[in-house]
Write a protein that binds this ligand. Structure first.
Ligand code: GRF
Length: 217
């Protein structure tokens, strides 16, 4: 069967991109990365893509007069690569509503908290300040409102005594690197259906208690 053609959008380090690259390196994995786009010319993730011989494009938002023309350039590049699914992986630009709607249910993001809790930046600091006992990561379909949308995969991570933001971030990141390839695989296998604001996964079975997907009804 043809593999799902994925474009990954990054702005920085690209460790989640690396997790997706590593998953796609298995010929049996149902997705392939057709393109990596960065809005930052010296993003570390670009070198990861180049090492894996994946085509890269830099589309620098600063060179565009407004968000709409930046989004249009992104959309053109995605079309040229015959992209079927967009994965945001540490992409630090807000996308316009029209672009998000155009890629509705064909664009996913990873966020380092258990959404809908702790949307936005500095999540680990805020988790610690709130005294939450659990945090984690979420892979979700993208909607116009930031960090909202149907949840595909969540992984819970316990907050431990003595944690600081860096230690917590490290443990959450290790889970992100498993959750993102899992979500991509489920979507590429055609097992994810979005009904309203809920993503349902068919044949989810009995997942490990810390990596839960929504079973179908
Ligand atoms: C990750 O924590 C991700 O959840 C968030 O941005 C960070 C990106 O890290 N959206 P990396 O560039 O994938 O290493």
């Amino acid at each position: 069967m043809a593999r799902l053609r994925v474009a990954v959008l990054i702005s920085g380090r690209g460790s989640n991109l690396q997790a997706l690259i590593d998953a796609c390196a298995d010929p049996a994995f149902p997705a392939e990365i057709a393109l990596v786009i960065s809005n930052v010319a010296d993003a570390q993730g670009l070198a990861r893509a180049e090492r894996a011989r994946i085509p890269t494009r830099v589309i620098d938002h600063k060179l565009f007069p407004d968000r709409a023309s930046f989004d249009a350039a992104l959309d053109r590049a995605l079309g040229e690569a015959r992209t079927e699914l967009v994965c945001l992986a540490g992409f630090m630009r807000l996308l316009g509503d029209a672009f998000v709607e155009r890629w509705r249910d064909r664009m996913i993001n990873i966020h380092p908290s258990l959404l809908p809790a702790f949307k936005g930046l500095k999540t680990h600091e805020r988790v610690l300040a709130a005294g939450a006992r659990f945090t984690g990561c979420t892979v979700h379909f993208v909607r116009p409102a930031m960090d909202e949308g149907p949840i595909v995969v969540q992984t819970a991570v316990a907050v431990l005594p003595g944690d600081d933001a860096a230690r917590l971030a490290e443990r959450v990141l290790a889970e992100e690197h498993k959750a993102y390839p899992l979500a991509l695989r489920l979507i590429a296998e055609g097992r994810v259906t979005v009904t309203g604001e809920r993503a349902e996964i068919s044949g989810a079975g009995a997942p490990a208690p810390t990596a839960l997907t929504n079973p179908s009804r």
